[in-house]
Design a protein around this ligand. Sequence first.
Ligand code: MG
Length: 274
Amino acid sequence: MTAAHWSVGAGATDTGPRARNEDSFLSAGAVHLVADGMGGHVGGAAASAAAIEAFRELSSRTVVTPADVADAMAAAQAAVLDVGRRAGAESGTTLTGAVAVEHEGEPWWMVVNVGDSRTYQLEGTHVHQITVDHSHVQQLVDAGRITPEQAMHHPDRNIITRALGDGVAAFDAWLVPVAPGSRLIVASDGLTGAVPDELIGSVAGLADSDEEAAERLVEAALRHGTGDNVTVVVAHAPATTTPLDADPGPWPLWPLLDGEDDTTGVAARREPQE
Ligand code: MG
């Protein structure tokens, strides 16, 4: 953690019932991210590690801008493509989380997402999902064909429609106002596929620290019989607030009423759950 920076956080991970852990995370300085890799043998782990590594340099800076984050996303995309070329097979990774940025002189969380790992805002014991999954079941939910509850148990819940490594440069991003007392929770689907949002909120909301919240959420996923690697990062800003009149433009402000779907037809399938 960089003492000069205004955000702090902590992460925890567990392999779960899988043979190896293909998730990666970083919670240091301004950067709080989780990546969930996919691909045979070492490909998945290497892909998620490469995506995270593209952000490491930002974690030691005292000032990070949204443009720096966009550059790091491009570097992460290129690094994951390179992993796939070296492995001689398709590999990819999700990537989501929050970077504490300075935009027009004001502090914001910049939340980014590609794939179906999730970033939530925690207020009290309630979570609000910031990111929108790039997944087949999210498309079915958006179309009104299934409920979010049905999506958790849908046989096609592992099909994602976007991943780093698919060669598509676009990523979702929002500027989220920094508010006192609120925390951000970043998690791979090993948590969100096993533990309902209500329970994620109450477990994290009752923890005394970011570290305790991350560890308790990983434990909750294991207790709920997750079939996957579980990774959780929790972050907050101890003494920073985004002024009410701060302008996020040209970046979209979260929460937004406009939920446009920019997913592509590119699909990647994870290993089926054991
Ligand atoms: Mg996973």
